[in-house]
Design a protein around this ligand. Structure first.
Ligand code: KG4
Ligand code: ZN
Length: 400
């Protein structure tokens, strides 16, 4: 190994092509993300074939940009890391094929990383970088309850350090839609831009969160699934029989409730007009005046109430799990961790309970490759390299 411990990481599991150079899992020398949002925005969701095509176009320039920004060459690298799943098969394959070819051609070992483990390490990386900036030693690795909340996942894990490495135990998860998916679907039906999370986050500030009383009921797994894994895109990776129903999420109901509210209150026609407006101007409004120009008050109230309910449910189950497992530390990560209401309310409640809560920066919350480089570091130290036949695993699970 060279003295630097440099890993070039590549991430292409969904709609961002990303590359990063990370030193010893604790210092990001470069992190480049090429977003495909403009490609998918007009369809209101990720189109898998288009995603693969865009990754093919972007992967070489993105890797070059990361190396240039870090001021390193292939010869300086100690390892490559790539996301092997979960995600879109065709999208994952672009990153994996490229990383395997590079590994073979340059003789650099390759490490396969689970995207969800990457999200958890985004928080740990962020904490190490903050300590470094403050001239403090690396924070000690301690057990934590991790809420991974994104467009594809809403999963709770107990993450435990084990000899330079980490183990994960699945504690809870969604039975159907992921929280980010609910944000995206609700935004779509209200005629707002894609992805929906940042739009709802921006608009919710101007609405009354108590206006529409959305409620989540306690999930009865035995009745509705007989303990088996539900057959949905977001949640097909493991049986749920062993999980406490108090830590299970379900976000498809609230999406339907919003749809019903929109129809009952005649908000649909306006939503169609808004869709045209937001395509022309793809940034969420930041002032009350601009928000009101786009949405009447009842829509702002609906958006605020939806977000308030989702955040409340995420908090309720996360704190219930933390309490049951005796976790003194909560890590929140994934695209929805960028949500301002979630950050504020969860941080305040954690303080009230005397629990440490950490979120990554907004850039590290959404998909990026720095988190993949950070998660690869313990595997590098343990000599856990990918086999030559590494392939994409779209339903790759984390932990047991
Ligand atoms: O982690 P991520 O970039 O990709 C996946 O692995 O899914 O997460 C993307 C998701 C999208 O559903 C997006 O709407 C949501 O994260 N998101 C947000 C916010 N920013 C992104 N949701 C709520 N509030 C936000 N500020
Ligand atoms: Zn993600």
């Amino acid at each position: 190994m060279s003295s630097r411990g440099l890993i070039l990481a590549i991430e292409s599991s969904c709609d961002e092509t990303a590359a990063a150079v990370v030193e010893r899992g604790s210092r990001t020398l470069a992190s480049v993300v090429a977003s495909q949002i403009p490609t998918h925005a007009r369809y209101g969701g990720v189109v898998p074939e288009l995603a693969s095509r865009e990754h093919l176009r972007a992967v070489v320039p993105v890797v070059r940009a990361a190396l240039d920004e870090a001021g390193v060459t292939f010869g300086d690298l100690d390892a490559l890391a790539v996301t092997s799943g979960p995600g879109l098969a065709g999208a994952l394959l672009v990153g994996i094929s490229y990383a395997k070819a590079l590994s073979f051609a340059r003789g650099i070992p390759l490490i396969a990383v689970n995207h969800l483990e990457g999200h958890i390490h985004a928080v740990l990386l962020n904490q190490r970088e903050m300590a470094l900036a403050a001239g403090e030693p690396d924070p000690a690795d301690e057990p934590a309850l991790a809420l991974v909340v994104s467009g594809g996942h809403t999963h709770l894990y107990l993450a435990q350090p084990a000899h330079n490495s980490w183990t994960y135990k699945l504690v809870g998860r969604t039975l159907d839609d992921a929280a980010g998916e609910a944000f995206d679907k609700v935004a779509k039906l209200l005629g707002l831009g894609y992805p929906g999370g940042p739009w709802i986050d921006a608009l919710a500030r101007f609405g009354n969160p108590q206006a529409v009383p959305f409620a989540f009921s306690q999930i009865k797994t035995k009745l509705h699934l007989g303990g088996k894994a539900p057959r949905t895109k977001a949640a097909r990776t493991a049986p749920i029989a062993a999980l406490d129903p108090h830590f299970l999420f379900s976000f498809s109901g609230i999406k339907t409730a919003v749809l019903r509210y929109v129809e009952l209150n005649g908000l649909r026609a306006e939503a169609q007009a808004r869709a045209v407006l937001t395509l022309a101007n793809p940034k969420p409004p930041q002032t009350r005046e601009a928000a009101l120009e786009l949405c009447p008050q009842p829509v702002l109230d609906l958006v605020a109430s939806f977000q308030h309910a989702v955040v409340g449910d995420l908090m309720k189950k996360t704190f219930a799990a933390a309490e049951a497992l005796g976790a003194r530390r909560i890590l929140v990560t994934g695209g929805v961790a960028a949500n301002r209401e979630l950050r504020t309310r969860l941080t305040a409640e954690a303080q009230r309970r005397g629990i440490a809560a950490a979120f990554p920066t907004t850039a590290l919350s959404t998909d990026n490759a720095a988190m993949i480089g950070a998660a690869a570091w313990p595997r590098f130290l343990a000599g856990e390299f990918a086999a030559a036949d590494l392939s994409a695993d779209p339903a790759l699970a984390l932990g047991v």
